[in-house]
Design a protein around this ligand. Structure first.
Ligand code: SIN
Length: 352
């Protein structure tokens, strides 16, 4: 009896040791783009700071514990506040990530990024990264020089998520404030609070605590290796702009975007993607000229549904389903690299 108990203890210890050793052998590449997580201010007690100041090496040095979790390497891709994130940097990131996985340079990737446009970068990469390996975005709401900066803990947690074998095949994710979100549904909801990222319709897919991640949901809309979108040969994307509806809104924005050569417009309507007569007429004129117009909503949750408040066949529009306007723009830009057929674009909005 005693002998079998001893054997059991040995087996448990061996399994535990093997799992830890496997995780420690995971190669995690950290791609830095800037943001508040790399931000520096003049005084620890003041909110003012400049985003994207600290280089990747200083970020990594601030969290020596990550080296116990995985084999870490770092690369600086950009040093910007994410208000300056651009299609150029997105394409650079996408190409580099696909190259890293193609050349087997890493098993997982963490991207440090400003929180303001983090959800857009996450969703763009979710649509164009051709591998099912973990890609995790992370940021911070307080600069690295602040009292109680949240960046080091968020970075540690992001590496925990990236290095965990359970994170394979879940699409691009965002890890912040001890929560893991899928790229498609996460959105920044608060301009200053640490608890800013939410998935308003569905909640987080996982929770992180004590250097472990636990998953609860697996979103079905994540193209991964089967993605139809290939940006490897592209240096730009079709122009898509966003217009916004409010009481008595004037249609000047839509008319100006069409004049400027927009191939697509996301119209951020009220409620179920609705609009007043002036904007209806401007959208009708745009779709008649072949511009693809997607109806989204300015409400923070819910969906925009076909043919309910608006007759999409008559107006020539597509609905965003549950994508917010900034993410609908990304899917529409990528859709337009393949087709401007309204029905095919609509299918993509229901599939991805
Ligand atoms: C930025 O998005 O780069 C600035 C704000 C932040 O990172 O929280």
């Amino acid at each position: 009896m005693k002998r079998s108990l001893f054997k059991l203890v040995l087996i448990v210890l061996a399994v535990g040791f093997t799992v830890t050793a496997l995780a420690q052998n995971t190669r995690v590449k950290i791609l830095a783009t800037g943001g508040t997580i790399a931000g520096a201010g003049a005084a620890a007690e003041r909110a003012a700071y400049t985003a994207g100041k600290l280089p990747i090496d200083e970020l990594l040095n601030a969290v020596p514990q990550i080296h116990k979790l995985a084999k870490i390497t770092g690369e600086q891709v950009a040093s910007i506040g994410s208000q300056d994130m651009s299609i150029e940097v997105w394409l650079k990131l996408a190409k580099r990530i696909n190259e890293i996985f193609a050349k087997n340079e890493a098993d997982a990737i963490v991207i440090t990024h400003g929180t303001d446009t983090q959800e857009e970068t996450a969703y763009f990469l979710d649509l164009v990264v051709k591998y099912n390996k973990p890609v995790v975005l992370v940021g911070a709401m307080r600069p690295a020089t602040a009292i109680s900066a949240d960046g080091p803990k968020n970075l540690l947690d992001a590496v925990v998520v990236a290095a965990d074998p359970k994170s394979q095949g879940r699409g691009v994710m965002l890890a912040m404030n001890e929560r893991v979100f899928d790229a498609r549904s996460v959105t920044k909801t608060n301009s200053t609070s640490l608890e800013t990222f939410l998935s308003t319709n569905f909640g987080p897919v996982g929770l992180i605590y004590d250097q472990k991640v636990q998953y609860y949901y697996n979103p079905v809309r994540k193209p991964g290796k089967d993605t139809p979108y290939d940006v490897s040969g592209l240096t730009s994307l079709p122009r898509v702009d966003i217009a916004y509806m409010y009481a008595d809104a004037d249609p000047t924005a839509i008319e100006a975007f069409v004049k400027a050569g927009a191939k697509g417009i996301v119209f951020t309507g009220v409620g179920n993607g609705n609009m007043n007569k002036k904007n209806y007429d401007a959208i009708k004129a745009a779709t008649s000229k072949g511009v693809v117009v997607v109806r989204a909503t300015r409400t923070p949750g819910g969906r925009v549904t076909l043919h309910d408040e608006v007759d999409d066949d008559a107006l020539g529009t597509v609905v965003s389903d549950d994508l917010n306007a900034q993410k609908a723009r990304i899917l529409l830009m990528l859709a337009l690299t393949k087709t401007s057929d309204k029905a095919k674009v609509q299918d993509m909005f229901f599939q991805y």
